[in-house]
Structures are given as C-alpha cells and as structure tokens.
Design a binder for this molecule. Structure first.
Ligand SMILES: Nc1ncnc2c1ncn2[C@@H]1O[C@H](COP(=O)(O)OP(=O)(O)OP(=O)(O)O)[C@@H](O)[C@H]1O
Length: 759
C-alpha cells in the first residue's frame, strides 16, 4: 500500500481576503480529486496536483477525522502501526489539524484519536469480560534544531545534546525517552497540555503560535490476553512549517531555527525524491526528523496530510509543497501486523534467538520495496518480505510489558520484535547523570553550530549523490577508466571566480565577520548554479538567507530558483507520464510544449547550432539574461559585504592584499556561466600518472584515494568537499586544479603521483 496523501486547504483567516485566493479544489474527468494552482509565471496556465483526497476550506475537524483517521483505529487494534503526519508551510494549519482547538468541535486528530482508542479499549475489555486488557502508554517529544527533547520531562532535565537516536532491531529508537501510562482521556489531556507547554514555540509575524519544532506523539497500545501480548503504535507528527523569512520578520535566533527547520524539510523532500526515483540510497540519516519518520521504511499505515493556505502570498511555497507531497504518493509501505509475543523470559533472550533481525540502517527495506516506487515502471517483482522496520519508540528500561508480564514459564513462539518491552541494557545511564541544562537551553546553540550543521548536511547530501553516481557506473580498469573519462571542464575564469570567493570567505572568517558562514553558502550556491545543480543552489541560497535578511537580490534568486524547479518538476511529471490524473494533470491546460518553455532542462535535445545560439542570446528561464547581469549584481552584493567589512577592519592592508582577489571577481563578472563552462581546456599532461591520479580523485572514492601516499583522511575530506562544491558530475582536469584544493601542495601531489607510478 502507498503512503496515503491528502490535502487540506485552510479557510481564510481574519484580515485575509477572498480576492487573494489562488488555490482551489477540483476533480479530473474521471472523478479524481485535485488541487489547482496557477503557474507563477503565467496566471492563465494552471497546475493540477492529484491526491488521494482533497479537503476544502469548509471541512470540519470531525469530517477529516472520520474520513482519514478513524478507519485506521481498527487496524491499530489489529496490531498494525499507524502514522499520521502533517506537512506544509508555516501557518497553513498543521497544528490545527493535529492538535486543534480546545472546543469540542475544534479538537484535532490527536485528541480524537485518543478518545477513540480509550473507547475501543473499554469496549474490548467489556466484550471479552476482562480477558483482554489494553494498556495505553504515551511518549511525546520534539525535534528542535535537530535535537531530540522529551516533552514529558521538565525542561530543566534537558541536556544540551538532546536524546540520542539509535537503531535497534530495525527501528529507530530515541534512547532514554520516557513513557507514561494513561488510564483514560483525562489522564491524556493533562499530560498532553503540560507537555505542549514545554514545546518550543515563538511568535512570528505570520503566526502568533508558530511551532518551531517537529512534535511527535507516540501512543503505544499493549493488548494482553492470557499470555499473549500484542503491541502496536500510533504516531502523530506535527512537523514544523517551512517558512519564508521575508514574510515572518524573523529575528536572528528565529532565523537560525528556521534554517534548521527548512533543512530538515529539505532532507525530507530529498528522501521522498530518492524513494520515488528508486534510488538505492535514501538520505534518511541526514536529519533526525527523517530518521525518525523513516518514511517508506515503516511497515503499517501512513497518512500524510498536506496543509495548504489558499493565498497568493504563499504561492511558491505552496507549489513546492504540492510537488513534494504529490511525489510522496509513490512511496510504498507494507501493512504488516506486529508479531504477537507470548509472555516469556526476558525478551532480550528472545531477541538473541531471532537471527537476522538486525537493521541495515540505510537501505534494507527502503531500497527493496521503495525501489518499487521509482521502478514501478521498471519491474514488477515483489521484493522479499523485510524484517520489520519502523517506529518511533522508547527503549527505556521498561514498565509496560515487562512489568505486567511474568518472566518465566512461557516461551516465545515467533520472532520476537517486542521492542519496547525489551530492557535495553546497553542504554547509557539515566538522564539525570547527564549535565543538566539551564533554563534556557537555546542560548547554547550558536549560529555557528547551526550553520555548521546545515552546511554539513547539504554537503553530505551532495556528496552522497555524487558517490551514488560513481557507484552506478561500471568499474573498468584504471587505465581504461582514466582514458575514458570525459571530465566536464570548468574554465580558468570560473576557477578563478570560485577561488577568489573562497579567499574572501576565508578572510572574512579570519576577521570574525558573523556573515562569513553566509558568504560560504553563497559561494556554494554559485558554484552549484554554475554546475547546473539548481536544487543544491537553492538549498545553499536559502541557508544563506538568515545571514543576509531581507537582501532583495538573494530573495529574488531564491524565488526564481523555486519557480524554475517547480516548473521543472511539473514538466518531469508530465514527461514521465506518471502523474496523469495525479500530480500535474497532462489532460489539463498544461501541455508539454508549454512546460518545455518553463523547464530549464529542456526536454528535447537541441542541435549543436541551436545550442550555441541559445548560449549566446537566450534569456534564462529564471528571468535573468544569460549574460552577466544577474550574477554580476549578485556578486557585487557579495563583494560589497566583504568590502564593507574590509573597510572597517583592514583598510591599510587592502591595497596590498585585495586587488588580486577583487580582480578575480570583477573580471569574472564579465564571464557568462555558459561561456565559462565551454571555454578551452588546458592541455592534458603527457605524464600518464597524472590522468590516473585525477581519475582516482574524481572517482570520489575515499578508499582508493586513501591508498595513495600523502593522502590522509583530512586531505581526502578536503578533496571531497572541494568536489562537492564543484558539483555533481564535475571533475578536476589538471594538476593545477588539484592544487587549488586546500592542503594539496606540490609535495603532496608528487607523493601521490609516485605511488600511482608504483602501482
Ligand atoms: N481548518 C482550519 N479552520 C480554522 N482555522 C484554521 C484551520 N487551519 C488553520 N487555522 C488557523 O490558521 C492559523 C495557523 O494555523 P496553525 O497554527 O495550525 O498553522 P501551522 O501550519 O501549524 O503553523 P506552524 O508551522 O507555524 O506551526 C491558526 O490561527 C489556526 O487556528
């Protein structure tokens, strides 16, 4: 079964006006529900995105619950895990959907679900005249700035690092998470209200109670009949909203949070993309949220609610979330009942008797059954039933099952995956042994920490893509590989620009300019853009925004890239034929020709002549002339940031050290990216070792690089980082280029060449 994806459009709020509504609901001719939204470039064109269900602004909480949640409580009691999560831009109604208001009619999915669970549990007890008992345990935690905090514990107990995650028996575990027994709805409400007070919220202009963290509620049901114990979990997740910092007027701290939130959502969209493409490697591990959500790895039922605001002011963000969520429909999950476990000796022994139930953190199930999603067209083979792999649960030494289950006399019949009843002896000591955090833990998370985290994640994603690309290629012998390799050339001009920018960033970091991380992001963004990787460029520009709040050129670049990617995605949807009736509707007003005009990666190959012409004259899809105007302006902005700082801190040195750098940049502003990318190549070296060395480097294969003399872990990492900045599919062509990598001096290269020669 696929992830069920439903869209919910919120009503207009006070002060919002009907004339600004651009998102509407509709149906295809064969009755499939769609959300419609105009193209940001041409209002007369409309995109249609299909979902399993679409709920308009008049939908009540009761209606949504009855249609999307209530039917799954039966499955939950059958032992199937269920996950509901709300996704969408900030202020679109995720918290309203999940939590809702205090009035009875306004209550959201979570209180209604609990109410259902208790009612059903009571009925089961009655129907079985007490033979079956149902225990309900609650865990509630948040992921704030990529750290996990227990919401059922007082804030003073939080540690700086938050709770660690661990993989165990195919599940992602939050180590040390507390669990509370709830007898009835009143118990739950008390706990839930208290916990929500702990949740990190802050005011923003857009939404007075905007949630700054992802909140995950875990409801564990333990049904005991005689010596049989069945356990299942309902997870209800209210994701933090991606947000547009222009509209929120965020302060610096909020901007840093925002970068972390946007990044984790970016990683989620990367996971969805990777799954729907059928990639082997899904980047779950790049963020805690995706690791916990394990979308597509979890067995059971998953319902994603896409919350939408109907307004024009959300246009691009809405389009982007429609794109992501419409792809999520392709994710396959398995509805597998959890195993019944019989009361027995300590479950740890049971686990040790169950061979083969160990998690392969990144691939196992996703790469098998969700390879299906992307490969639906490729092959219809049924993958093997996987070891069960999901859930968000606590492995804290246990109360629930172990407490109520005798520890002798009975045996385990099946593979015991009674994870939450397993005492975890490997878990480190109780949380109180960790250094307690002061009342304001947020103060300890610096902008630099977040910046490093964000940068690392983006770099990792890009690096993993690159690695994957290398892995996909067959691996012929070194000689033939080196000979066959056709590196993409970056001209001297482009190299100079990147080098100059890099110097500026370093200089800015040395003098402690707090915007230096932002400059670094800009550099990475430009590099990605040069290389045609718009997604990476967008991610880096967005990461840079908090450091240059309100900068119009940067904002405009982000908008243009978003529009470009949205159009590109829409074009791909149509092109692949996948989304007929779902996603962009090929039968609608859009046609391939129109999309082609919108799409940056034109669908049809051009003749070389046309291509040359295009490079010379064409206006890029993002609205910038392919001549230098756009980049030059932007560069000027970056330069001005640096010049201002230099003016302040280093005036007297400027005349000596700056000209070379500035010359590099200003001359580069005259170079068009297209022209630069097609500039003349440097002559190839006559020394055959050079080709081999460059081949090994460009393979991005860490192990092979480490085999060369002089390339230790740090240097290899520097090379990989440099290649990441260079972009996917790009490579170093000359030793001169290799020398630009930090730490790759002449001696190092000589040693590496010698070792190549020796092998
Ligand atoms: N279906 C709805 N009916 C009535 N009001 C709604 C609905 N959906 C959202 N709202 C209102 O819209 C505002 C924003 O909603 P909410 O706080 O749930 O957004 P959110 O997506 O959770 O935002 P964030 O990501 O910032 O937490 C709130 O005032 C909420 O009451």
């Amino acid at each position: 079964m696929s992830v069920r994806v439903v869209a919910r459009i919120r009503p207009l709020l006070e002060k919002e006006q009907a004339k600004d509504v651009i998102v509407t609901t509709s149906q295809t001719e064969d009755g499939k529900p769609v959300v419609k939204i105009p193209s940001p470039r041409n209002e007369s064109e409309e995109f249609s995105f299909g979902f399993n269900s679409v709920y308009g602004s008049a939908t009540t909480q009761e209606q949504l619950f009855s249609a999307e949640v209530s039917p799954h409580t039966k499955a939950l009691f059958q032992g199937i895990d269920v996950t509901f999560f709300a996704y969408g831009v900030t202020g679109t109604g995720k918290t309203h959907t999940m939590r809702g208001g205090l009035k009875l009619a306004d209550r959201g999915v979570i209180p209604r679900l609990l109410s259902n669970v208790f009612r059903r549990a009571k009925k089961i007890g009655k129907d079985t005249t007490g033979n079956t008992s149902v225990d309900v345990h609650l865990s509630y935690y948040e992921i704030y700035n990529d750290k996990v905090f227990d919401l059922l514990e007082p804030i003073e107990k939080r540690t700086v690092a938050g709770l660690p995650l661990r993989e165990k028996d195919g599940k992602t575990i939050v180590v040390g998470l507390s669990e509370r027994l709830c007898q009835d709805l009143k118990d739950f409400e008390k706990l839930y209200i208290e916990a929500n007070n702990n949740r990190v919220t802050a005011s923003t202009k857009l939404n007075a109670h905007s949630s700054r963290s992802h909140a995950i509620l875990r409801v564990k049901l333990t049904q005991t009949t005689g010596d049989m114990v069945k356990e299942s979990v309902a997870s209800a997740i209210d994701l933090a909203g991606s947000e547009d910092n222009r509209r929120t007027d965020n302060g610096k701290e909020r901007l840093v949070e925002s970068a972390a939130i946007n990044k984790s959502l970016f990683v989620l969209s990367q996971c969805i993309d990777a799954i729907s493409r059928g990639d082997k490697r899904i980047p779950y591990r790049e963020s805690k949220m995706t690791r916990i959500l394990s979308l597509g790895q979890n067995n059971g039922i998953t319902v994603m609610v896409l919350n939408l605001a109907p307004l024009r002011s959300y246009h691009l963000d809405t389009l982007s979330s429609l794109n992501v969520s419409s792809r999520a429909k392709r994710i396959e999950v398995r509805e597998i009942e959890n195993e019944v476990v019989f009361k027995t000796q300590p479950p740890r022994a049971a686990t040790s008797t169950a061979p083969g139930i160990s998690r392969q953190p990144l691939r196992p199930i996703a790469s098998t059954h969700n390879a299906l999603a992307g490969a639906i067209a490729k092959e219809k083979e049924k993958p093997e039933r996987p070891a069960k792999a999901f859930h968000v649960y606590s492995d804290k030494p246990q109360k629930p099952v172990t407490r109520s289950v005798p520890t002798a006399n009975t045996t385990v019949r099946r593979t015991a995956l009674k994870r939450s009843s397993e005492p975890d002896h490997t878990v480190s000591g109780p949380k109180t042994t960790r250094p307690a955090l002061g009342p304001k833990p947020k103060a300890e998370i610096t902008a630099a920490d977040i910046e490093a985290m964000v940068e690392k994640k983006v770099a990792e994603i890009l690096a993993s893509r690159a690695t994957e690309q290398v892995q996909r290629q067959p691996s012929p012998s070194l000689e033939t590989e080196a000979a066959q390799q056709q590196p993409v050339h970056l001209s001297d001009e482009v190299q100079k620009r990147l080098e100059a920018l890099e110097k500026k960033v370093d200089a800015s970091a040395r003098t402690g300019d707090e915007r230096s991380p932002g400059l670094r992001f800009l550099m990475h963004a430009r590099s990605a853009k040069e290389n045609g990787d718009d997604e990476a460029a967008l991610a880096h520009y967005e990461a840079a925004l908090p450091f240059f709040p309100g900068q119009s050129r940067l904002i405009s670049k982000i908008d243009k890239l978003k529009a470009k990617l949205a159009a590109k995605q829409a074009a791909l949807n149509v092109d692949s034929g996948f989304d007929t009736g779902e996603g962009v509707d090929a039968g609608d007003e859009l046609d391939v020709q129109k999309l082609e005009r919108l799409s940056p990666a034109k669908l049809k190959p051009r003749s070389p002549r046309k291509e040359r012409k295009r490079k010379a004259f064409v206006v890029r899809e993002d609205g910038e002339s392919e001549s230098d105007a756009g980049d030059a302006d932007h560069e000027a902005e970056e330069d001005s940031v640096i010049r201002k700082r230099k003016g302040k801190t280093n005036k007297h040195k400027r005349s000596k050290s700056v000209p070379e750098e500035e010359e590099g940049v200003s001359s580069s502003s005259n170079a068009t990216p297209a022209a630069a990318a097609s500039g003349p190549a440097e002559p190839a070296s006559a020394d055959p070792r050079v080709g081999k060395l460059l081949y090994v480097v460009n393979s991005r294969d860490e192990t092979r690089m480490r085999e060369l003399h002089g390339l230790g872990a740090k240097k290899v990492k520097d090379i990989l980082d440099y290649l990441t900045v260079l972009g996917e599919g790009r490579s170093l062509q000359t030793l001169a280029q290799l020398r630009m990598v930090p730490g790759m001096g002449g001696k190092t290269i000589e040693r590496a060449l010698d070792s190549i020669g020796a092998c």
